[in-house]
Design a binder for this molecule. Sequence first.
Ligand code: NAP
Length: 238
Amino acid sequence: MKNVLITGGSRGIGKACVYEFSNNGYRVFLNYNKSSDEAEKIKNETGAVIVKADVSDFKQVNNMAEFIHTNYGKIDVIVNNAGISQQKLFTDITENDWDRMFDVNMKSMYLVTKAFVDDMIYKQSGKIINISSMWGVTGGSCEVHYSAAKAAVIGFTKALAKELGPSGICVNCVAPGVIETEMNSHLTKEDFDCLCEETPLERLGKPEEIAKTVRFLASENADFITGQVVNVDGGMVI
Ligand code: NAP
């Protein structure tokens, strides 16, 4: 049985990934930070092992790695999904906003990947899937810090794919469009209508649609794919 670690597995896209992998024969480690009730509920429904850690915190990530290594062994697949967003004019973004955005959306990927990549190098195989965003590809107005952090995820993915390729490890990135999760709960009905109109497939995406792409990238069907950005966005970015 393969072990997959999913960061931010308590809600939204990460939660859908937990169900997708659990239903398809993986042992899932569900990382979360604040949503304990949600994580417990998912654990009861899927049998996932829950591991609480703020993925932007070096010590908490390393404690999580030690717990998994001591009790369960090595990780085969990492899904770096945990993230936050914020809508603000560039001129209103504080230094704190900037640092938190990069710590949670980008530094977390460095910390989590570093804590588990030796498992994969040892086995000379493994899959790392990072969740970016279409705004990391195109840039989003009033989301400069989010867009910059998500663009950094793409650079991280490509560079790591080159470095880890000779060790048999594939590193890819998924760039979702607008997906129906709590991250978009601030949007009004008019905003949603507008976004649907801009999307060739004329609808928003579902978390399960991202989860299926992530599982494909983790599977042996994607063994010759690395360093790629897969846009799952209904055609928003063409
Ligand atoms: P969401 O519904 O707000 O869920 C965010 C998840 O991240 C939660 O499980 C949350 O856990 C976790 N998280 C946040 N900060 C964390 C931290 N410091 N440590 C550990 N976990 C943390 O968001 P989502 O829409 O599913 O987004 C998931 C990923 O997809 C993000 O990287 C996001 O940027 C990206 N994305 C989303 C969309 C979209 O339209 N929804 C589009 C493009 C990209 P707790 O609640 O337990 O803290």
